[in-house]
Structure formats: structure tokens, C-alpha cells
Design a protein around this ligand. Structure first.
Ligand SMILES: CC(C)(COP(=O)(O)OP(=O)(O)OC[C@H]1O[C@@H](n2cnc3c(N)ncnc32)[C@H](O)[C@@H]1OP(=O)(O)O)[C@@H](O)C(=O)NCCC(=O)NCCS
Length: 177
């Protein structure tokens, strides 16, 4: 049965927290060393809601959270307001079943609906599953940054990928203030 993708609710946050902290402790998908608490994820969730940005979850038939995806502003300057950076995480024992692609497909549609122009993915260069997932959904590699991070006692390289959501769209008129 295809996964159900829906908007996250506050009561999904403990499950989202568990997925996030598992990625912190066991992967190079998040370049932090320390797990966070529920208040941290609540603040993140509230910030997304305040901006009108979605947080999506993939759920099973009992409404249990299997994965989640979200985006936020890419860089905190006005000129970047049409670009967002996203993340997608699937519970470790649920990977390889198409949940990541399902979440990302829906997230792309939501970014279009928000009027965004570009989605940016910042991926650890050794994360082949994530790079292939993004390639399949039309993202292209636009940057390679060797050794900009470190975790688990080694340097990490960063690969930037991006998708233009509305190719050919004219930029907004210049602000003449
Ligand atoms: C990257 C990620 C979101 C992909 O989601 P997914 O639901 O596993 O995606 P898919 O079902 O398309 O499978 C991805 C790949 O994992 C392989 N796979 C199969 N079984 C697997 C398993 N048990 N565990 C892990 N990967 C498995 C799939 O065959 C596929 O390989 P391919 O790319 O060569 O075809 C997911 O692996 C994940 O959450 N990883 C940890 C967090 C992360 O890296 N997030 C992205 C940060 S940029």
C-alpha cells in the first residue's frame, strides 16, 4: 500500500524527535554531535508554521510516523526569499521502501504552492542514497565543497543539489524604494 503523506501535527513531534536524534547519533545527514530535546523540535515546528511552510509526515495504517520532510529559508537575506533548503528523513528500519521519494515529491509540490523558485539540498557527499533520490526527482548537482564539515573524526564534503521549480519564470520586478 502506498504511504500516506499528511501535514504533521504537534503530537507527531516525539516521533519526529526520535528520527532526528537517530540521524544525529548514527549518520552524517545532520552535522551536529548532540541530540536535541522536544522543546527544540517544538520551536522548529512553530517556526515553520509561522512562515506558512509545511512539515510533512509519512504514516502507516495506524498513523505512526515513518518519516518526515520539511523546508526552511535557504539564507536569511531578502534576495534569497524565493529559495528554500529542505530535509527528508526516514526511520532507519523503514528505508528502501520509497518513503523518501514519496515525501520529497509532495514537498516539491508544496514548495511550488508556496511560490518558491528553487529548492536546495545540502547533502554529505558520501550519502549516495540521498544523492540518487534527488537525481531521480530532477535535482542537479550545482556545488561541491570538500572538507567543510567534520563528524565522527573525519572531514565531511558537502554536495549542493538544486531544482528550479518554475523554469522560465521571470523574476519579480525590481524594488524601486
Ligand atoms: C536518504 C533517505 C531519505 C532515502 O529515503 P528512502 O525511503 O530510504 O528512499 P528509497 O526507498 O528510494 O531507497 C533509497 C536507497 O536505499 C536502498 N535501500 C534498500 N534497502 C535499504 C535499507 N534497508 N536501508 C537503507 N537503504 C536501503 C534502496 O535500494 C535505494 O537504493 P538506490 O538509491 O541505489 O536505489 C533515507 O535513506 C534516510 O532517511 N536516510 C538518513 C537521513 C538522510 O540521509 N537524509 C537525507 C539528508 S540530505
Amino acid at each position: 500500500m502506498p504511504p500516506t503523506i499528511r501535514d504533521a501535527r504537534a503530537d507527531d513531534l516525539p516521533a519526529i524527535l526520535a528520527i532526528y536524534n537517530d540521524a544525529v547519533c548514527h549518520t552524517t545527514a545532520i552535522w551536529n554531535d548532540s541530540p536535541v530535546d522536544l522543546a527544540n523540535r517544538q520551536a522548529w515546528f512553530d517556526a515553520r508554521a509561522q512562515q506558512g511552510y509545511p512539515v510533512l509526515v509519512a504514516v502507516d495504517s495506524d498513523d505512526g510516523v515513518l518519516g518526515y520532510a520539511a523546508f526552511g529559508d535557504w539564507r536569511p537575506f531578502e534576495g534569497f526569499r524565493h529559495s528554500v533548503e529542505h530535509s527528508v528523513y526516514v526511520r532507519s528500519e523503514q528505508r528502501g521502501q520509497g518513503l523518501g521519494p514519496a515525501l520529497l515529491r509532495e514537498l516539491i509540490e508544496r514548495a511550488r504552492a508556496c511560490g518558491k523558485h528553487v529548492m536546495v539540498a545540502a547533502i554529505e557527499s558520501g550519502n549516495g542514497a540521498s544523492i540518487r533520490l534527488h537525481e531521480r526527482l530532477g535535482f542537479i548537482t550545482t556545488g561541491q565543497m570538500p572538507q567543510v564539515g567534520c563528524k565522527f573524526g573525519r572531514w565531511l564534503d558537502l554536495t549542493f543539489m538544486q531544482l528550479i521549480l518554475d523554469p522560465g519564470t521571470e523574476p519579480p520586478a525590481a524594488d524601486t524604494r
